[in-house]
Design a protein around this ligand. Structure first.
Ligand code: PLP
Length: 438
Protein backbone atom coordinates (compact mmCIF):
# COMPACT_ATOMS: atom_id res chain seq x y z
CA UNK A 1 0.00 0.00 0.00
CA UNK A 2 2.84 2.43 0.77
CA UNK A 3 4.06 2.18 -2.81
CA UNK A 4 0.95 4.15 -3.81
CA UNK A 5 2.84 7.18 -2.48
CA UNK A 6 5.75 6.84 -4.91
CA UNK A 7 4.18 9.02 -7.66
CA UNK A 8 4.40 11.99 -5.29
CA UNK A 9 8.20 11.51 -5.17
CA UNK A 10 10.67 12.68 -7.86
CA UNK A 11 10.44 10.94 -11.21
CA UNK A 12 13.60 8.86 -10.61
CA UNK A 13 12.35 7.32 -7.37
CA UNK A 14 12.90 3.59 -6.96
CA UNK A 15 12.67 0.95 -4.28
CA UNK A 16 15.64 -1.42 -4.27
CA UNK A 17 15.67 -5.15 -3.57
CA UNK A 18 16.22 -4.45 0.15
CA UNK A 19 13.00 -2.37 0.25
CA UNK A 20 15.01 0.86 0.57
CA UNK A 21 14.05 4.18 -0.99
CA UNK A 22 16.35 5.30 -3.82
CA UNK A 23 16.48 8.91 -5.10
CA UNK A 24 18.38 9.83 -8.26
CA UNK A 25 20.08 6.44 -8.14
CA UNK A 26 21.33 6.85 -4.56
CA UNK A 27 19.74 5.14 -1.56
CA UNK A 28 18.34 7.55 0.98
CA UNK A 29 20.29 5.76 3.73
CA UNK A 30 23.59 6.36 1.88
CA UNK A 31 22.75 10.05 1.59
CA UNK A 32 21.97 10.24 5.27
CA UNK A 33 25.17 8.42 6.20
CA UNK A 34 27.18 10.94 4.19
CA UNK A 35 25.32 14.19 4.86
CA UNK A 36 23.25 13.61 8.03
CA UNK A 37 19.67 14.71 8.71
CA UNK A 38 17.58 16.74 8.30
CA UNK A 39 18.52 16.78 4.65
CA UNK A 40 16.84 18.20 1.56
CA UNK A 41 17.47 16.14 -1.56
CA UNK A 42 16.77 17.55 -5.03
CA UNK A 43 16.53 15.29 -8.05
CA UNK A 44 18.21 16.86 -11.07
CA UNK A 45 16.29 14.85 -13.66
CA UNK A 46 12.97 16.03 -12.21
CA UNK A 47 14.12 19.66 -12.10
CA UNK A 48 15.31 19.63 -15.69
CA UNK A 49 12.29 17.57 -16.78
CA UNK A 50 9.84 20.11 -15.35
CA UNK A 51 11.68 23.00 -17.02
CA UNK A 52 11.53 21.38 -20.42
CA UNK A 53 7.95 20.20 -19.91
CA UNK A 54 6.78 23.78 -19.29
CA UNK A 55 8.69 25.13 -22.27
CA UNK A 56 7.59 22.22 -24.47
CA UNK A 57 3.88 22.16 -23.56
CA UNK A 58 3.38 25.92 -23.90
CA UNK A 59 5.58 26.36 -26.98
CA UNK A 60 3.76 23.54 -28.76
CA UNK A 61 0.57 25.59 -28.49
CA UNK A 62 1.71 29.20 -28.78
CA UNK A 63 4.35 30.93 -30.92
CA UNK A 64 6.07 33.21 -28.42
CA UNK A 65 6.44 31.91 -24.85
CA UNK A 66 8.76 32.84 -21.98
CA UNK A 67 8.83 30.56 -18.94
CA UNK A 68 10.05 32.60 -16.03
CA UNK A 69 10.75 30.58 -12.90
CA UNK A 70 9.40 32.16 -9.68
CA UNK A 71 12.52 32.16 -7.49
CA UNK A 72 10.60 32.52 -4.24
CA UNK A 73 9.74 28.81 -4.46
CA UNK A 74 13.47 28.08 -4.01
CA UNK A 75 16.64 29.78 -5.22
CA UNK A 76 20.33 29.35 -4.83
CA UNK A 77 23.19 30.00 -7.22
CA UNK A 78 23.67 26.50 -8.62
CA UNK A 79 19.95 26.28 -9.27
CA UNK A 80 19.94 29.69 -10.99
CA UNK A 81 22.71 28.37 -13.25
CA UNK A 82 20.69 25.23 -14.03
CA UNK A 83 17.65 27.37 -14.92
CA UNK A 84 19.76 29.53 -17.22
CA UNK A 85 21.05 26.38 -18.97
CA UNK A 86 17.47 25.19 -19.44
CA UNK A 87 16.51 28.46 -21.12
CA UNK A 88 14.15 29.79 -18.45
CA UNK A 89 13.72 33.35 -17.27
CA UNK A 90 13.70 34.32 -13.62
CA UNK A 91 11.08 36.09 -11.54
CA UNK A 92 12.72 37.77 -8.54
CA UNK A 93 11.11 39.77 -5.76
CA UNK A 94 13.94 41.28 -3.72
CA UNK A 95 17.40 42.73 -3.93
CA UNK A 96 18.61 39.45 -2.42
CA UNK A 97 17.14 37.39 -5.22
CA UNK A 98 18.55 39.87 -7.76
CA UNK A 99 21.98 39.48 -6.13
CA UNK A 100 21.83 35.67 -6.24
CA UNK A 101 20.85 35.70 -9.92
CA UNK A 102 23.59 38.20 -10.72
CA UNK A 103 26.25 36.27 -8.82
CA UNK A 104 25.21 33.06 -10.62
CA UNK A 105 25.74 34.74 -13.98
CA UNK A 106 22.05 34.59 -14.90
CA UNK A 107 21.32 36.63 -18.06
CA UNK A 108 19.76 39.89 -16.73
CA UNK A 109 17.62 40.38 -19.82
CA UNK A 110 15.62 37.28 -18.80
CA UNK A 111 14.89 38.61 -15.30
CA UNK A 112 11.52 40.00 -14.20
CA UNK A 113 11.56 42.02 -10.99
CA UNK A 114 8.31 41.77 -8.98
CA UNK A 115 7.28 42.83 -5.48
CA UNK A 116 4.81 45.14 -3.77
CA UNK A 117 7.40 47.21 -1.90
CA UNK A 118 10.64 47.36 -3.81
CA UNK A 119 13.01 49.77 -2.12
CA UNK A 120 15.13 52.38 -3.93
CA UNK A 121 18.32 50.38 -3.36
CA UNK A 122 16.71 47.25 -4.78
CA UNK A 123 15.41 49.10 -7.82
CA UNK A 124 18.80 50.71 -8.43
CA UNK A 125 20.52 47.33 -8.20
CA UNK A 126 18.08 45.94 -10.76
CA UNK A 127 18.40 48.93 -13.11
CA UNK A 128 22.19 48.97 -12.95
CA UNK A 129 22.37 45.25 -13.64
CA UNK A 130 20.00 45.67 -16.61
CA UNK A 131 17.03 43.46 -15.66
CA UNK A 132 14.74 42.85 -18.60
CA UNK A 133 11.46 43.87 -17.01
CA UNK A 134 10.27 45.50 -13.84
CA UNK A 135 6.73 44.57 -12.90
CA UNK A 136 5.30 47.72 -11.32
CA UNK A 137 2.99 47.00 -8.41
CA UNK A 138 1.95 50.40 -6.98
CA UNK A 139 1.78 54.17 -7.49
CA UNK A 140 4.76 54.96 -5.25
CA UNK A 141 6.92 52.55 -7.18
CA UNK A 142 5.78 54.01 -10.48
CA UNK A 143 6.96 57.47 -9.48
CA UNK A 144 10.18 56.24 -7.86
CA UNK A 145 11.13 53.97 -10.74
CA UNK A 146 10.59 56.73 -13.28
CA UNK A 147 12.96 58.99 -11.32
CA UNK A 148 15.60 56.29 -10.79
CA UNK A 149 15.51 55.15 -14.42
CA UNK A 150 15.94 58.79 -15.46
CA UNK A 151 18.92 59.18 -13.13
CA UNK A 152 20.49 56.10 -14.69
CA UNK A 153 19.80 57.43 -18.18
CA UNK A 154 17.54 54.49 -19.00
CA UNK A 155 14.16 53.85 -20.46
CA UNK A 156 13.07 50.76 -18.50
CA UNK A 157 10.64 48.17 -19.90
CA UNK A 158 7.83 47.59 -17.43
CA UNK A 159 4.70 45.50 -17.04
CA UNK A 160 1.88 46.70 -14.83
CA UNK A 161 0.61 44.19 -12.30
CA UNK A 162 -3.15 44.30 -12.28
CA UNK A 163 -5.48 42.74 -9.78
CA UNK A 164 -8.30 41.32 -11.87
CA UNK A 165 -10.74 40.40 -9.08
CA UNK A 166 -10.67 36.66 -9.77
CA UNK A 167 -10.77 34.20 -6.87
CA UNK A 168 -8.63 31.12 -7.62
CA UNK A 169 -10.02 29.13 -4.65
CA UNK A 170 -6.72 28.70 -2.83
CA UNK A 171 -5.86 29.22 0.85
CA UNK A 172 -6.63 32.90 1.66
CA UNK A 173 -2.95 33.46 2.54
CA UNK A 174 -2.00 32.61 -1.03
CA UNK A 175 -4.83 34.33 -2.90
CA UNK A 176 -3.52 37.47 -4.59
CA UNK A 177 -5.70 38.48 -7.53
CA UNK A 178 -8.76 39.61 -5.58
CA UNK A 179 -9.67 43.24 -4.86
CA UNK A 180 -8.61 43.13 -1.19
CA UNK A 181 -4.95 42.31 -1.83
CA UNK A 182 -1.68 44.12 -1.18
CA UNK A 183 -0.57 43.25 -4.72
CA UNK A 184 -1.24 45.07 -7.94
CA UNK A 185 -3.53 47.77 -9.30
CA UNK A 186 -7.18 46.91 -8.95
CA UNK A 187 -9.36 46.99 -12.05
CA UNK A 188 -12.56 47.35 -10.04
CA UNK A 189 -11.49 50.58 -8.29
CA UNK A 190 -10.25 52.28 -11.48
CA UNK A 191 -6.70 52.40 -10.06
CA UNK A 192 -5.36 50.15 -12.81
CA UNK A 193 -6.55 52.61 -15.45
CA UNK A 194 -5.04 55.54 -13.56
CA UNK A 195 -1.75 53.63 -13.18
CA UNK A 196 -1.68 52.89 -16.88
CA UNK A 197 -2.20 56.55 -17.71
CA UNK A 198 0.63 57.58 -15.41
CA UNK A 199 2.95 54.82 -16.65
CA UNK A 200 2.39 55.76 -20.29
CA UNK A 201 3.16 59.38 -19.45
CA UNK A 202 6.32 58.47 -17.50
CA UNK A 203 9.19 59.57 -19.70
CA UNK A 204 11.68 56.94 -18.49
CA UNK A 205 9.38 53.92 -18.59
CA UNK A 206 8.18 51.89 -21.51
CA UNK A 207 4.97 49.95 -20.83
CA UNK A 208 5.13 46.70 -22.73
CA UNK A 209 2.30 44.77 -21.16
CA UNK A 210 0.28 43.45 -18.27
CA UNK A 211 0.89 40.95 -15.52
CA UNK A 212 -1.34 39.25 -12.97
CA UNK A 213 -0.89 36.45 -10.49
CA UNK A 214 -4.04 34.97 -9.06
CA UNK A 215 -2.81 32.78 -6.22
CA UNK A 216 -1.31 29.39 -5.58
CA UNK A 217 -1.74 26.48 -5.97
CA UNK A 218 -4.57 26.67 -8.53
CA UNK A 219 -6.10 23.29 -9.39
CA UNK A 220 -8.78 24.64 -11.75
CA UNK A 221 -8.43 26.12 -15.24
CA UNK A 222 -11.36 28.50 -14.92
CA UNK A 223 -9.60 31.18 -12.82
CA UNK A 224 -6.81 31.43 -15.42
CA UNK A 225 -9.34 31.71 -18.27
CA UNK A 226 -11.36 34.33 -16.38
CA UNK A 227 -8.24 36.29 -15.45
CA UNK A 228 -7.04 36.32 -19.05
CA UNK A 229 -10.44 37.45 -20.36
CA UNK A 230 -10.69 40.24 -17.78
CA UNK A 231 -7.05 41.30 -18.31
CA UNK A 232 -7.36 41.36 -22.08
CA UNK A 233 -10.60 43.33 -21.93
CA UNK A 234 -8.70 45.87 -19.83
CA UNK A 235 -5.82 45.83 -22.32
CA UNK A 236 -8.25 46.62 -25.14
CA UNK A 237 -9.70 49.55 -23.18
CA UNK A 238 -6.19 50.86 -22.45
CA UNK A 239 -5.24 50.56 -26.12
CA UNK A 240 -8.39 52.37 -27.20
CA UNK A 241 -8.24 55.14 -24.57
CA UNK A 242 -4.53 55.59 -23.98
CA UNK A 243 -2.78 54.02 -26.95
CA UNK A 244 -1.13 51.22 -24.95
CA UNK A 245 0.70 48.59 -27.02
CA UNK A 246 0.39 45.04 -25.72
CA UNK A 247 3.66 43.26 -26.41
CA UNK A 248 3.61 40.91 -23.38
CA UNK A 249 0.94 39.35 -21.24
CA UNK A 250 1.38 37.21 -18.14
CA UNK A 251 -1.28 35.31 -16.22
CA UNK A 252 1.40 34.56 -13.56
CA UNK A 253 2.09 31.26 -11.86
CA UNK A 254 0.31 29.12 -9.32
CA UNK A 255 0.36 25.75 -11.13
CA UNK A 256 -0.50 22.98 -8.69
CA UNK A 257 1.50 19.88 -7.83
CA UNK A 258 0.51 16.64 -6.18
CA UNK A 259 1.30 16.67 -2.46
CA UNK A 260 -0.83 13.71 -1.44
CA UNK A 261 -2.09 10.56 -3.11
CA UNK A 262 -5.70 11.72 -2.95
CA UNK A 263 -5.08 15.17 -4.50
CA UNK A 264 -3.59 14.73 -7.98
CA UNK A 265 -2.72 17.91 -9.86
CA UNK A 266 -3.66 18.66 -13.47
CA UNK A 267 -0.88 17.92 -16.00
CA UNK A 268 1.11 20.88 -17.38
CA UNK A 269 -0.53 20.23 -20.76
CA UNK A 270 -3.96 21.06 -19.25
CA UNK A 271 -2.73 24.46 -18.05
CA UNK A 272 -1.01 25.08 -21.39
CA UNK A 273 -4.15 24.20 -23.32
CA UNK A 274 -6.41 26.38 -21.16
CA UNK A 275 -4.10 29.40 -20.97
CA UNK A 276 -3.02 29.53 -24.60
CA UNK A 277 -6.61 28.85 -25.69
CA UNK A 278 -7.99 31.65 -23.54
CA UNK A 279 -5.31 34.08 -24.70
CA UNK A 280 -5.84 33.29 -28.38
CA UNK A 281 -9.59 33.67 -27.95
CA UNK A 282 -9.25 37.01 -26.16
CA UNK A 283 -6.85 38.27 -28.83
CA UNK A 284 -9.42 37.42 -31.46
CA UNK A 285 -12.26 39.03 -29.50
CA UNK A 286 -10.38 42.26 -28.82
CA UNK A 287 -8.40 42.49 -32.06
CA UNK A 288 -4.84 41.99 -30.80
CA UNK A 289 -1.90 40.26 -32.48
CA UNK A 290 -0.67 37.49 -30.19
CA UNK A 291 1.55 39.07 -27.51
CA UNK A 292 4.48 37.25 -25.92
CA UNK A 293 3.01 34.94 -23.26
CA UNK A 294 4.99 34.89 -20.03
CA UNK A 295 4.20 32.29 -17.36
CA UNK A 296 5.76 32.04 -13.92
CA UNK A 297 5.77 28.54 -12.46
CA UNK A 298 7.59 28.22 -9.16
CA UNK A 299 6.22 25.30 -7.17
CA UNK A 300 5.57 23.22 -10.30
CA UNK A 301 9.26 23.38 -11.29
CA UNK A 302 10.84 22.50 -7.93
CA UNK A 303 8.14 21.02 -5.71
CA UNK A 304 8.22 17.41 -6.82
CA UNK A 305 12.00 17.37 -7.20
CA UNK A 306 12.60 17.84 -3.47
CA UNK A 307 12.46 15.23 -0.70
CA UNK A 308 13.08 16.01 2.96
CA UNK A 309 14.84 13.27 4.96
CA UNK A 310 14.59 13.25 8.75
CA UNK A 311 15.70 10.86 11.52
CA UNK A 312 13.20 9.63 14.03
CA UNK A 313 14.06 10.58 17.60
CA UNK A 314 11.58 10.52 20.46
CA UNK A 315 8.39 8.49 20.15
CA UNK A 316 5.53 9.29 22.48
CA UNK A 317 2.41 7.18 22.67
CA UNK A 318 -0.63 8.55 24.50
CA UNK A 319 -2.79 5.44 24.91
CA UNK A 320 -6.09 5.77 23.12
CA UNK A 321 -5.23 9.25 21.88
CA UNK A 322 -2.26 9.51 19.53
CA UNK A 323 1.26 8.34 18.81
CA UNK A 324 3.74 11.15 18.17
CA UNK A 325 6.85 10.36 16.15
CA UNK A 326 9.31 13.24 16.54
CA UNK A 327 11.88 13.98 13.83
CA UNK A 328 15.00 16.14 13.93
CA UNK A 329 13.50 18.94 11.80
CA UNK A 330 10.01 20.40 11.61
CA UNK A 331 8.51 23.86 11.34
CA UNK A 332 11.96 25.47 11.14
CA UNK A 333 12.57 23.87 7.74
CA UNK A 334 8.95 23.39 6.64
CA UNK A 335 6.48 25.95 7.95
CA UNK A 336 3.78 25.13 5.39
CA UNK A 337 1.72 22.69 7.51
CA UNK A 338 1.68 25.24 10.35
CA UNK A 339 0.69 28.29 8.31
CA UNK A 340 -1.34 26.83 5.45
CA UNK A 341 -2.54 23.53 6.94
CA UNK A 342 -0.68 21.81 4.08
CA UNK A 343 -0.78 18.00 3.90
CA UNK A 344 2.13 15.78 2.95
CA UNK A 345 2.82 12.08 2.43
CA UNK A 346 5.73 10.19 3.99
CA UNK A 347 7.57 6.90 3.69
CA UNK A 348 10.00 5.12 5.96
CA UNK A 349 13.10 5.15 3.75
CA UNK A 350 14.55 1.87 5.08
CA UNK A 351 11.31 -0.13 4.82
CA UNK A 352 9.16 1.33 2.10
CA UNK A 353 6.69 -1.55 1.88
CA UNK A 354 5.50 -3.31 4.98
CA UNK A 355 2.70 -5.58 6.15
CA UNK A 356 2.50 -3.93 9.53
CA UNK A 357 1.22 -0.40 9.81
CA UNK A 358 0.18 2.10 12.40
CA UNK A 359 -1.33 5.57 12.48
CA UNK A 360 1.08 8.20 13.77
CA UNK A 361 1.53 11.95 13.85
CA UNK A 362 4.91 13.18 12.67
CA UNK A 363 5.98 16.16 14.74
CA UNK A 364 9.12 18.26 14.76
CA UNK A 365 11.66 19.20 17.42
CA UNK A 366 10.67 22.87 17.78
CA UNK A 367 9.16 24.27 20.94
CA UNK A 368 5.63 24.80 19.59
CA UNK A 369 2.61 22.51 19.86
CA UNK A 370 1.83 23.52 16.28
CA UNK A 371 5.10 22.01 15.07
CA UNK A 372 3.37 19.11 13.34
CA UNK A 373 4.59 18.00 9.90
CA UNK A 374 1.91 15.37 9.24
CA UNK A 375 -1.08 14.72 11.45
CA UNK A 376 -2.46 11.18 11.32
CA UNK A 377 -0.62 9.22 8.66
CA UNK A 378 -0.35 5.46 8.24
CA UNK A 379 3.27 4.29 8.33
CA UNK A 380 5.08 1.00 8.83
CA UNK A 381 5.99 0.49 12.49
CA UNK A 382 8.68 3.09 13.15
CA UNK A 383 11.49 3.06 15.67
CA UNK A 384 14.16 5.44 16.86
CA UNK A 385 16.74 6.07 14.12
CA UNK A 386 14.47 5.29 11.17
CA UNK A 387 14.60 7.74 8.27
CA UNK A 388 11.36 9.44 7.31
CA UNK A 389 11.14 10.75 3.74
CA UNK A 390 8.64 13.52 2.98
CA UNK A 391 8.15 14.11 -0.75
CA UNK A 392 7.04 17.24 -2.62
CA UNK A 393 9.29 19.31 -0.35
CA UNK A 394 11.17 21.23 -3.03
CA UNK A 395 9.06 24.40 -2.96
CA UNK A 396 8.55 26.96 -0.20
CA UNK A 397 10.25 24.86 2.50
CA UNK A 398 13.94 25.86 2.50
CA UNK A 399 13.18 29.45 1.34
CA UNK A 400 10.85 29.94 4.31
CA UNK A 401 13.15 28.16 6.76
CA UNK A 402 14.09 29.91 9.98
CA UNK A 403 16.53 29.57 12.85
CA UNK A 404 13.77 29.24 15.39
CA UNK A 405 15.19 27.74 18.61
CA UNK A 406 18.67 28.42 17.15
CA UNK A 407 18.42 25.31 15.00
CA UNK A 408 20.69 25.50 11.92
CA UNK A 409 19.02 25.14 8.53
CA UNK A 410 19.50 21.87 6.61
CA UNK A 411 21.82 21.30 3.67
CA UNK A 412 20.68 20.65 0.11
CA UNK A 413 21.99 17.77 -1.98
CA UNK A 414 21.55 17.35 -5.73
CA UNK A 415 21.26 13.74 -6.88
CA UNK A 416 21.54 12.42 -10.40
CA UNK A 417 22.38 9.08 -11.92
CA UNK A 418 23.88 7.60 -8.77
CA UNK A 419 25.85 10.73 -7.80
CA UNK A 420 25.20 13.17 -4.99
CA UNK A 421 26.66 16.65 -4.75
CA UNK A 422 26.32 19.30 -2.11
CA UNK A 423 24.28 22.29 -3.31
CA UNK A 424 24.21 24.12 0.00
CA UNK A 425 26.13 23.09 3.10
CA UNK A 426 24.48 22.64 6.47
CA UNK A 427 24.28 25.87 8.44
CA UNK A 428 26.22 25.76 11.72
CA UNK A 429 25.57 27.22 15.14
CA UNK A 430 28.67 29.34 14.53
CA UNK A 431 27.09 30.75 11.35
CA UNK A 432 24.13 31.85 13.44
CA UNK A 433 26.14 33.16 16.40
CA UNK A 434 28.48 34.91 13.99
CA UNK A 435 25.75 37.48 13.37
CA UNK A 436 25.76 38.57 17.01
CA UNK A 437 27.70 41.64 18.03
CA UNK A 438 29.12 40.19 21.25
N1 PLP B 1 4.40 34.84 -9.71
C1 PLP B 1 4.10 35.63 -8.67
C2 PLP B 1 3.96 37.09 -8.90
C3 PLP B 1 3.92 35.10 -7.39
O1 PLP B 1 3.63 35.89 -6.36
C4 PLP B 1 4.07 33.70 -7.22
C5 PLP B 1 3.88 33.07 -5.90
O2 PLP B 1 3.58 33.64 -4.91
C6 PLP B 1 4.41 32.92 -8.32
C7 PLP B 1 4.55 33.52 -9.55
C8 PLP B 1 4.66 31.46 -8.22
O3 PLP B 1 3.63 30.69 -7.73
P1 PLP B 1 3.82 29.13 -7.77
O4 PLP B 1 5.05 28.80 -7.05
O5 PLP B 1 2.62 28.58 -7.09
O6 PLP B 1 3.85 28.74 -9.21
Amino acid sequence: MFRDRLPVFPQTVQVDSRNHLVLGGVTASALVERFGTPLYVFDEATLRGQCSAFIGEFSARYPDVAVSYASKAFLNRPFARLLAEEGLGLDVVSGGEVAVAKSAGFPPGRVYFHGNNKGPEELKLALDWGVGRIVVDGFDELRLLNILAGESGLRQDVLLRISPGVDPHTHHHTTTGIIDSKFGFSLATGQAQEAMKQALEATNLSVIGLHMHLGSPIFEMEPFCQGIEVGMQFAAAMRDHHGMELREFSPGGGFAIQYTVDAPAPPISAYAEAITGALRKACETYGFDLPKLMIEPGRAIVGRAGVALYSVGAIKEIPGVRKYVAVDGGMGDNIRPAIYGSRYEALVAGSVESDGKERVTICGKYCESGDILIKDIELPLVKHGDIIAIPASGAYCIPMASNYNVVPRPPIILVNDGHAELWRRRETIDDIMGLDVF
